[in-house]
Design a protein around this ligand. Structure first.
Ligand code: ACM
Length: 635
């Protein structure tokens, strides 16, 4: 190359790079702030970066986080001090509380001279710092040095505070076990999007995961099951001599460590002991807790079919996975468990489950019949309510409040019980109207264990929840008594989630949609803008090495039957996509006919393939669906 052409080439290259970097600094904050004004211009981070910040104990992590994250990616020297004349970044705790921003809000200002974040609390400053990072180039998420980046952010003025106070995520560590480091990573990802409550689902039919020192068999026996891989729920029954090699549990020291870790990040941790149903791991450890001790050799479930749901709720259990409400030993057991649990958690609530408890083993049990007579209980939900009230007394005796899944409403609850509304929002609305505190976590908006794309690209789960549907989540729906709604929560059940990468894939980007639903004012929500911001977040997740789902680029496939003919309709979830298909087994590209109207499935076709493009480039995943599968979906 001649010298002149080399210079021209280099200039063109740097112009392109600069342009790309500038476009990357466009503002795309999730969740959307309450008010944001872009003033034009940027602030270029200097070197060294001097940060002025309070040295309060609660600020220790915020200051470390800022220092470590900034220095890792930028390589700049960072100093955090209480006083300096010309700091690049100033964190200020308001001397007089600013009412508008409350306990978790902040104001943020970036000018040509630096960044100022103010809040009434360290939590507010932490959320302001999260916003600061989202204003920097995505490479800031790298844990190692990234060179040749303009470390700059746009000049903006932000005032921001959350819509609701409970912004939760639940992780089920029973069906599959996640290590201490993985749980911490899950919390780290939550706080980037301003979630503040971690609901830790510890016990279920598939594993008991918390050390209870007075009940050692819970973890010696209840934490272990036969290891199976495939489609959870369809596995063959474990044989008596199959080794139980899958599992694990958290020691109390590990739990204290995670609770402390979460608290540094302003996350409250709510433990869940799911009773009286979902208790097979406890029963495998202590069979006398069931109404049917000795009926069979109980073992922790390893994913075999064990419930009949064909009659609706409650299910009929093939194996007794319920604690016996007529057995005093059960209440002694729960007292021991709750005593130890309560000492591990500063948070005010303990979740005691109450969902999906089969009643069929209770119905035939003489002690339960006697209990019903003695207590004047007429129905099985009333028996469960009796159980729930006794559990609440135990929880209260340890200085805590009880929360349960919405089934507990059926047999009646005490005025002090709080409810997590999961089978839709109706139970939550009803409970709030009668003065019960409620967390909204309805399946049809926030069950992030559901598939987010077509079954051909997803691990199999019985239901689908697309990103656009999660975005419609409203924790304060019409009819609710807002005074009693604590907030909302996404739930990640893990039957079909075998590792943390898949847990991340299921969580993001639906976690963005739920974060925005919980934090941002309703009138600020805007689907098209959210999609653009989500796309701007993806490179951040790439740099952070966090997995996420690209399902929003894949169309929604629906099939219609007319007489003997089947038509496939493809609906893009987001704007701007071109869809190409084939029925001949080949992989379509953008030279194939573009999809524009429902397609008749050719008579002898066996396989349909689908791919989306944007601006002439493939962006969706290659979807391959057999014609038999398509026909089985026909409406
Ligand atoms: C639930 O999803 N069973 C609460």
């Amino acid at each position: 190359m001649k010298k002149n052409s080399a210079v021209i080439f280099m200039l063109a290259f740097f112009t392109m790079v600069t342009f790309a970097q500038q476009s990357k600094t466009s503002v795309a904050i999730i969740p959307e702030p309450v008010s944001l004004v872009e003033k034009g211009g940027v602030y270029v981070l200097p070197d060294p970066i001097i940060v002025v910040s309070p040295s309060d104990k609660e600020m220790a992590y915020v200051n470390d986080y800022l220092r470590n994250k900034l220095s890792a990616a930028t390589g700049k020297r960072i100093s955090v001090t209480e006083r300096a004349s010309q700091p690049a970044i100033r964190l200020i705790l308001n001397k007089k509380a600013e009412k508008e921003i409350g306990n978790e809000g902040y104001t943020f200002s970036s000018t040509a001279n630096g960044v100022t974040i103010k809040a009434n609390t360290p939590a507010g400053l932490f959320y302001g710092v999260q916003t600061f990072f989202q204003l920097l180039p995505p490479q800031i998420e790298s844990t190692t040095l990234v060179e040749n980046i303009d470390w700059q952010l746009p000049q903006v003025e932000i005032t921001d505070y959350p819509r609701v106070g409970w912004r939760g995520m639940m992780l089920d560590v029973s069906r599959h076990f996640f290590t201490v480091d993985e749980v911490k990573r899950f919390i780290d990802n939550m706080v980037k999007y301003k979630f503040n409550t971690f609901h830790w689902h510890w016990t279920d039919d598939e594993g008991w995961r918390i050390e209870i020192k007075s009940l050692p068999k819970l973890t010696e026996v209840g934490a272990w099951r036969v290891d199976k891989v495939g489609w959870f729920g369809t596995f063959s029954k474990p044989l008596p001599d199959e080794p139980k090699t899958y599992g694990g549990f958290y020691t109390q020291d590990q739990i204290r460590d995670i609770v402390r870790y979460a608290a540094e990040r302003f996350v409250r941790v709510m433990p869940e002991i799911d009773v009286p149903g979902h208790s097979l791991a406890a029963i495998a450890s202590y069979p006398e807790l069931s109404c049917t001790p000795g009926a069979e050799e109980y073992s922790v479930r390893a994913g075999e079919e064990f419930m009949d749901w064909s009659h609706g709720a409650p299910p009929i259990a093939y194996v007794d996975n319920t604690l016996c409400p007529a057995n005093e030993k059960v209440y002694d057991f729960m007292d021991k468990v709750i005593t130890e649990v309560a000492q591990l958690f500063p948070f005010e609530y303990i979740h005691s489950g109450g969902d999906e408890a089969p009643h069929n083993f209770w119905e035939n049990n003489p002690q339960v019949k006697e209990l019903m007579k003695r207590e004047g209980l007429k129905t099985m939900p009333e028996v469960q309510s009796y159980f729930g009230k006794r559990i609440e007394k135990i929880i209260q005796s340890k200085g805590k409040k009880m929360m349960g899944w919405d089934e507990i409403l059926e047999g009646g609850i005490t005025p002090t019980t709080a409810l997590m509304s999961w089978r839709g929002i109706d139970a939550g609305i009803e409970a709030s109207k009668s003065g019960h505190y409620v967390v909204m976590s309805p399946t049809n908006f926030v069950y992030i264990d559901y598939m987010q794309g077509d079954p051909c690209t997803e691990a199999p789960v019985y239901a689908t929840l697309r990103l656009n549907q999660s975005y419609k989540f409203d924790p304060l729906p019409t009819g609710v008594n807002e005074k009693f709604v604590l907030g909302g929560q996404a739930n990640l059940w893990t039957e079909q989630i075998y590792n943390i990468r898949q847990a991340e894939y299921m969580t993001w980007p639906r976690g963005f949609a739920i974060a925005e639903s919980l934090w941002s004012p309703k009138e600020k929500k805007d689907w098209n803008k959210f999609v653009t911001k989500t796309e701007a977040q993806f490179p951040r997740l790439d740099w952070a090495q966090t997995k996420y789902s690209p399902a929003m680029y894949d169309p929604i496939v629906s099939v219609r039957k007319e007489g003997e003919k089947y038509f496939v309709e493809l609906t893009p979830e987001i704007d701007g996509l071109d869809i190409y298909t084939s029925f001949d087994g080949s992989t379509p590209d953008n030279f194939y006919p573009k999809y524009s109207a429902p397609l008749l499935i050719p008579k002898d076709a066996r396989l349909m393939r689908i791919i989306t493009y944007r601006d002439g480039k493939p962006i969706g995943r290659l979807m391959s669906i057999t014609v038999d599968d398509l026909k089985s979906r026909a409406k």
